[in-house]
Write a protein that binds this ligand. Structure first.
Ligand code: 5AD
Ligand code: SF4
Length: 458
């Protein structure tokens, strides 16, 4: 490493969108002359890229910031940049001013391209007050203000691994009543297809086997553009890019997932047969209060169509328990639907009130204990279903894209099936990036295990 160069370190919390943004932040800082540090305590600049989706995500960031400031007290305190979704919240800026003065820069998700300039400003005038670059606050009543789209063609650091993220759209216009995302990430803005295609082609040429398309509601991609390209057309174009092996996308909205999109996925060669469809609740009453725009019956019909059209497809979901006013009957509806659907997996969350959202203002907030009991009950039911489904795969041969060494047995490798199931490959041959067939011999809730059959064995 060049000793004269200033160094940076990035810590990322939250979703894949934030991982992708952190790659851009790294790219921008390197373009501005910084080099990566091995450890945050050795860095001149530490960027903490934050998440605001639940209180627990915010708590993690505050405790990490406190720890960083404490550990750095004896040495040189770096320039600490708080980036991402939390930076968009007015209460975060107030708290920094009152309780975390060691944070020098706060920059919202739509302004990360300004980080090098803001960092230089602080380096030149270290005693300056907090420097901020955030969008004007957005409310449901003022939906169109504060576009958070980043300029095109920003640099990104090359990350190790077989999969590369490509953001296809920014922001969200749904205003689900529990969700902070439309407030912190602004209105939906889709990227022009030509920029997306160019980025995907470059990543495939760099050797990434899998392209992961990102957006808050990918099924609504293009609805805000003047041209004819919707999500189905975009998928079809990307599927045709020479050399691409696998395509994934997140997150889908069941309301906007059309049959046309399912048919496109069925026809395509490289789009993985995995559908992540956040259900959120199995109660029609709660779905309405959440402003989700579909009923449990609509959701069941969509899953049935997927299963009919795309044989072997896996379907996973997100569920929130303890939304305001959720009764025992509402929760029973969720359990009942989960038992009927028999999905491959579910991410389960305890409802967390987010200041500024409609649900946070609703009466009948559910007590903590009721929420955690419901979560436990739901997890138990879903884990059994997941395990049953995984066990039914014992004896099958699965196509696995090898990703990285298994932490517990570094001679083995971990990878994923097209259906997004984690597989520990118990033979020593395959390496990251290899697409291999694995014979599944063991299965649990969290992963499958098996060897690559020797030639002629299967
Ligand atoms: N409380 C709990 N979970 C939430 N999610 C979004 N907002 C909240 C909230 N306020 C969950 C949803 C979403 C996932 C990414 O996070 O299930 O699909
Ligand atoms: Fe968290 Fe949502 Fe922001 Fe992602 S977009 S970091 S999940 S608040």
């Amino acid at each position: 490493m060049n000793d004269d160069k200033l160094t940076y370190f990035i810590e990322t919390f939250g979703c894949q969108m934030n991982d992708r943004d952190s790659q851009t932040i790294g790219g921008l800082l390197e373009q501005a002359g910084f080099s990566p540090a091995e450890d945050p305590l050795d860095a001149d600049v530490v960027v903490v890229n934050t998440c605001a989706v639940r209180q627990s995500a915010e708590d993690k960031v505050w405790s990490r910031l406190g720890q960083l400031a404490y550990e750095c007290r004896s040495g040189n305190v770096p320039v600490i940049v708080l980036a991402g979704c939390m930076a968009q919240l007015p209460q975060t800026i107030n708290r920094i001013k009152q309780k975390a003065p060691y944070v020098s820069v706060a920059v919202g998700p739509g302004h990360i391209h300004r980080i090098p300039e803001l960092v230089h400003q602080v380096l030149e005038e270290p005693s300056a007050r907090l420097v901020t670059a955030v969008a004007p606050s957005r409310t449901e009543a003022h939906r169109t203000e504060s576009t958070q789209m980043l300029p095109e063609e920003l640099p990104r650091i090359k990350v190790p691994g077989v999969s590369a993220y490509v953001t296809i759209m920014y922001g969200c216009d749904n205003f689900c009543s529990y969700c902070i995302v439309p407030f912190v990430r602004g209105p939906q803005v889709s990227r022009e297809p030509r920029f997306i295609m160019r980025e995907v082609e470059a990543l495939v040429n760099q050797g990434y086997a899998e392209i992961y398309l990102l957006g808050q509601n990918v099924n609504a991609y293009g609805l805000d553009l003047d041209n004819e390209t919707g999500f189905a057309q975009l998928l079809e174009s990307i599927d045709g890019i020479p050399g691409i092996q696998r395509i994934r996308y997140a997150t889908s909205h069941p309301r906007d997932f059309t049959k046309d999109m399912v048919d496109t996925i069925k026809r395509a060669s490289h789009i993985c047969e995995h559908f992540h469809l956040p259900l959120q609740s199995g109660s029609n009453r709660i779905l309405k209060q959440m402003h989700r725009g579909y009923t449990r019956e609509d959701y069941m019909e969509l899953v049935q169509y997927i299963k009919e059209q795309v044989p072997g497809a896996s379907v996973t979901t997100d569920i929130i328990v303890g939304f305001p006013g959720e009764t025992d009957e509402d929760f029973e509806d969720t359990l009942d639907l989960i038992e009927q659907l028999r999905l491959d997996g579910a991410f389960t969350f305890i409802y967390s009130p987010r200041a500024g959202t409609a649900a946070a203002r609703m009466a009948n907030q559910i007590p903590r204990k009721v929420k955690s009991d419901r979560l436990q009950a739901l997890v138990k039911v879903q884990n059994e279903i997941t395990q049953d489904i995984n066990k039914s795969l014992i004896g099958t041969i699965q196509e696995v894209l090898i990703e990285e060494p298994d932490l517990r047995n570094p001679q083995y490798y971990r990878g994923r099936t097209r259906t997004n199931k984690l597989v520990v490959c118990t033979s020593e041959g395959p390496r990251p990036g290899d697409l291999v067939k694995v014979r599944i011999e063991q299965a649990g809730t969290w992963h499958l295990k098996g060897p690559v059959p020797e030639a002629g064995q299967d």
